[in-house]
Design a protein around this ligand. Structure first.
Ligand code: CTP
Ligand code: MG
Length: 231
């Protein structure tokens, strides 16, 4: 069994909306709903768990109407990684290690394609993990204060996206290893990697942006209204 984890427990402070960005609507559909439908319609995902902000449980429930795969809506934590950990514990308590793979995805990335969700599962079946990542196009450096310390080789730099798909047993073990320091990590791949596991990269998608700022909200609206992307 493969489970999709949609993390939607954030507050979306950087968008400066008066409510969390996952509820921002474009053409009548919230970002959360768009992301959820991608998982609902992926044939390789059997069940979905949604991690919600405690203060927005009802709103989150509404976004899950008619989605047959959503088995639970659970409370998030203070950080993204704590939200994911709550989902992993919930999955373990409900299904144990009958779950083979988990595909973890930000509700704030509604424009992922179903094909990429599926590719993540297929590649993780072979290698134990698969995360979407894009090669860096700019020159990059390590900076101390406001001075360049070292120029990095951009051919070796990749930017992580989600979905990030993992062997459930190995990821669960990695999270329990680092359960007291989850806040210090920014994604699931970094925890999986820190625990000594290989993280396999697959090609990310340009449109699969994490909607973070006011600009991103406008960009998302434009993408959909101009028909650049389907939602
Ligand atoms: N997230 C979560 N639990 C948290 C924090 C974040 O489930 N405690 C989720 C967000 O809902 C989002 C994803 O993790 O789908 C990526 O996080 P981010 O883009 O930082 O979203 P927010 O934390 O909501 O935004 P901000 O940091 O601007 O407040
Ligand atoms: Mg955040």
């Amino acid at each position: 069994m493969n489970i999709g984890i949609i993390v939607a427990a954030g507050k979306g402070e950087r968008t400066k909306l008066s409510y969390p960005k996952q509820f921002y609507q474009i053409l009548g559909k919230s970002l959360l709903r768009i992301a959820l439908e991608k998982y609902e319609y992926s044939e390789l995902i059997n069940k979905i768990v949604v991690v919600a902000n405690e203060e927005f449980m009802e709103e989150t429930k509404k976004e899950c109407y008619n989605l047959n795969k959503v088995y639970g809506i659970i409370k998030g934590g203070e950080s993204r990684q704590e939200s994911v950990y709550n989902a992993l514990k919930n999955i373990y308590n409900n299904f144990g290690f009958d779950v083979l793979f988990v595909s973890i995805h930000d509700a704030a990335r509604p424009f992922v394609s179903i094909d990429k969700i599926n590719e993540g599962i297929e590649i993780a079946k072979k290698y134990g993990s698969a995360i979407l990542a894009l090669p860096e196009k700019n020159s990059v450096s390590h900076v101390v204060g406001d001075v360049i310390d070292k120029i990095l080789d951009r051919n070796e730099i990749f930017l992580h996206q989600t979905p990030q798909t993992f062997d459930f047993h190995k990821l669960y073990k990695a999270y329990t290893n680092f359960e007291n320091e989850l806040k210090s990590f920014t994604d699931d791949a970094s925890i999986f990697h820190k625990a000594g596991n290989f993280v396999r990269i697959i090609s990310g998608e340009e449109y699969n942006v994490k909607i973070t700022t006011e600009f991103d909200l406008k960009f998302a609206k434009w993408l959909i209204k101009e028909g650049k992307i389907n939602a």
